[in-house]
Design a protein around this ligand. Sequence first.
Ligand SMILES: [Zn+2]
Length: 365
Amino acid sequence: MKEEIAVLLEKLIQFKSTSSNLPELKNIIDFVENFLSDVPDLIARRYVVSGKPSIYLSYYNTYHPDILFVGHLDVVDAREEDFVPRREGDLLYGRGSIDMKGSCAVIMEMIRELSKESQKPNVGFLFTTDEEIGSENGVKYLVEKEGIGGEFVIIPDGGEDFQLVVEGKGVFHVKIVAKGKATHGSRIFNGENALDKLVSIYNEIKSHFHPEPCGDPDHWHNTINLGKMIGGDSVNRVPDYAEMYLDIRFVHPFTVQKMEEMIKEVLSKYPDTQYELISTGNTVFTSKDNPYLMKYKRIAESILKRSVPFTKEHGATDGRFFSERGMAVLITAPKGGNIHGNDEWVNLNSLVDLFNIFLRFVKEK
Ligand SMILES: [Zn+2]
């Protein structure tokens, strides 16, 4: 199986499927569909939303199978040479090898392998092409508008070397605007400084967060970053307009709604202010005693012959779209490195391990 996975992955890497390359995104989804076109009983449904193609495959006529595998075939920009796969021993180099065409190749080979089963498991497979730019027209649309989901959702795109990511932080990007009254810098008492107002608002919002250093090595707490602040045009003028952009990350059981309430409450004390949500996403939170998760952990440990720990993810993942609808999500990944950098790589033996774990997981009753 190692050779089959490697050859398939080499083909996938050669597609320059960066998020903005719409023709190539279509080509790679065509390739997936063609690769699986002779698998009996497999139902394929294709979607195109704002030019971004996706494909959903299942053995039964359902959008909510027992197990749903989710993968993205878009990649971030890379040098020309990173789209030429290169093998060195057990390692395969190339853009997308670990993020996450390697895992997609494993899923595709698993679908072919499952075709030999007389009684097909109730499993679905989703491949999208806009994860690297926020999944608006991929997973987000498909979950929210088409109702695609699963009892247990596996996203092999995060968590180093088979670790089991069962918690992820939520994200809350907000723009806050303050208006004031312009006047000369020598007569501030006749005006109202919009920047000054934002500074006060920022400090008040910040008081809801742990200051760093916090003493927690995992930093499993809410954080805030003032990423951008704009306002004013001259040293001797009181600015009448200012805006700032905050990047807030939060942990379960906080929610987007709770964050918004906090922002509203602070802003209510400052006249002539408003906010606008730029992008938001809830946390991922899967209970460690979920039966699917326990079964997955047992099988992974048996195949890898070592323990695989639970872990947490600071960055946002596609898992949030499923988790906020109450679905159990597991994020895990094979062994690889240099994600988004030069010479991205994946260990081919770890892809075989992933294949064996997935296969046993879906076959075992
Ligand atoms: Zn901290």
